[in-house]
Design a protein around this ligand. Structure first.
Ligand SMILES: Cc1cc2nc3c(=O)[nH]c(=O)nc-3n(C[C@H](O)[C@H](O)[C@H](O)COP(=O)(O)OP(=O)(O)OC[C@H]3O[C@@H](n4cnc5c(N)ncnc54)[C@H](O)[C@@H]3O)c2cc1C
Length: 387
């Protein structure tokens, strides 16, 4: 019998940022088991992110989750971590003259009723833009500074959530793949089968099954005989380049307003660059294509007067989206013993603290934490996708 075989209040499938953060919130309230099919948590989307926190990323409907998470990420409670997870960076959205309508739409999208127009962005004049981003080609005349943008220490945040989960009594089982579950109802709840390469499955039972399986969210739903929501993985490519002249360490994250690339310095003159691609992909160990790296470099060179001296690394990860590109947090309307925590798209790190607090309140029925008291969970409920 496996050490984790037995009965739990909740089993979480997936130990990426979603599973780890929600697990940490729940473990003090109930008996929780977290299942991860890889030998290490964080192998998929969580370990492949570009690691920034931006209030404009993901669109206006994501912003409340990002903002609500910001203070926790900057100054976490002392019993959670002894340092913050946000690091100085700043961002600048750049465009050419023809991108003016896109710039205007961005500003309009983020007008703050409380702070007046353009609170998030500060327009930069062309000469200011040139001095902010050394090497920018002269036809890039539009600049919107997003001063509040930060880097996130993703590994430290994920590690802190996993530690909190264990400290509060949660059990993590790696190298075990959820293969399916049968709902027997009442006190029996779910009977789940997990595979770890052995001949016979490990069996666990639980009252609640929590789906935090990232790109595999719909696969897990099918395995539990729950109707999938259409959560689709989209592949994004990233490459690490050595450029000449060296990229200054203190330069901002630079994002093309027309969404064809973004890049940021990662030290010693290197940058991480993405062509902002979104290829539909199967749920799998995603790998980059040479062509997408070439496209990324071509787009970079259309904006920056830099030589690319070496492609040092390249990788790809899966960002998973529901059809309306909003995350899905909540009990399945037809099977309330199945909880969706999926569709975190390209914002699952920067929204993790608020998302986990919101979901934990939905599961336990407790009064939501002050961090999320003003957020309306109905916006993220799975029922919106099943009507
Ligand atoms: C290139 C890239 C850049 C990004 N940049 C940012 C960024 O700057 N800021 C930001 O906030 N977000 C960013 N993201 C998005 C962020 O990484 C994701 O939203 C987040 O990591 C999703 O976390 P998750 O736990 O849902 O998914 P994952 O990290 O993929 O975790 C899901 C886990 O479930 C496990 N699993 C699946 N099926 C099973 C099964 N049957 N049995 C057991 N285990 C299973 C998987 O092995 C996996 O470990 C980026 C993503 C990518 C790919």
């Amino acid at each position: 019998m496996s050490e984790c075989e037995g009965r739990y209040d909740a089993v979480i499938i997936g130990a990426g940022m979603a599973g780890a953060s929600l697990g940490a919130e729940l473990a003090g309230h109930m008996r929780v088991l977290m299942i991860e099919m890889e030998t290490m948590p964080g192998y998929h989307a969580t370990g492949r992110s570009v690691a920034f926190w931006s209030q404009s990323y993901g669109g206006p409907a994501i912003r409340p989750l990002t903002r609500a998470s910001g203070a926790f990420l900057a100054r976490p409670p002392v019993d959670f971590a002894d340092h913050g997870f946000l690091l100085p960076r700043g961002g600048v959205h750049i465009g050419r003259a023809q991108d003016a309508p896109l710039r205007d739409a961005m500003i309009a999208d983020y007008q703050d009723a409380d702070k007046g127009p353009n609170a998030l962005f500060r327009p930069l004049a062309a000469d200011e833009l040139q001095s902010r981003i050394m090497g920018l080609r002269p036809e890039w005349v539009i600049g919107l500074e997003e001063e509040s943008l930060r880097d996130i220490d993703v590994a430290a945040l994920h590690g802190a959530y996993l530690s909190a989960f264990r400290r509060h009594g949660g059990a993590l089982l790696c190298h075990h793949r959820f293969a399916g579950a049968e709902y027997r109802g009442g006190a029996q709840g779910w009977q789940m089968s997990l595979f770890n390469g052995g001949d016979a499955p490990v069996t666990v039972t639980a009252s609640l099954l929590i789906n935090a399986a990232g790109a595999w969210a719909d696969t897990v739903a099918r395995g539990a005989d729950v109707r999938p929501l259409g959560v689709k993985p989209l592949l994004r490519t990233v490459t690490q380049l050595r450029v000449s002249p060296s990229a200054p360490d203190d330069m901002p994250l630079v994002l093309d307003i027309s969404q064809r690339f973004y890049f940021k310095p990662v030290g010693q003159g290197r940058i991480w660059l993405t062509p902002h691609d979104e290829q539909p992909a199967a749920a799998q160990d995603a790998a980059p294509e040479e062509i997408d790296v070439a496209i990324a470099i071509d787009r970079l060179q259309s904006a920056m007067d830099w030589q690319v001296e070496a492609v040092e690394r390249k990788w790809a990860g899966l960002r998973s989206f529901a059809p309306d590109r909003l995350p899905v947090y909540g009990r399945d309307p037809r099977q309330p013993a199945f909880f969706w925590f999926a569709g975190q798209g390209g914002f699952g790190i920067q929204t993790a603290p608020a998302a986990a607090k919101l979901a934990s309140a939905l599961i336990t029925g407790a009064v939501p934490d002050v961090m999320v008291r003003d957020l309306d969970p109905a916006a993220y409920a799975p029922g919106r996708l099943q009507s």
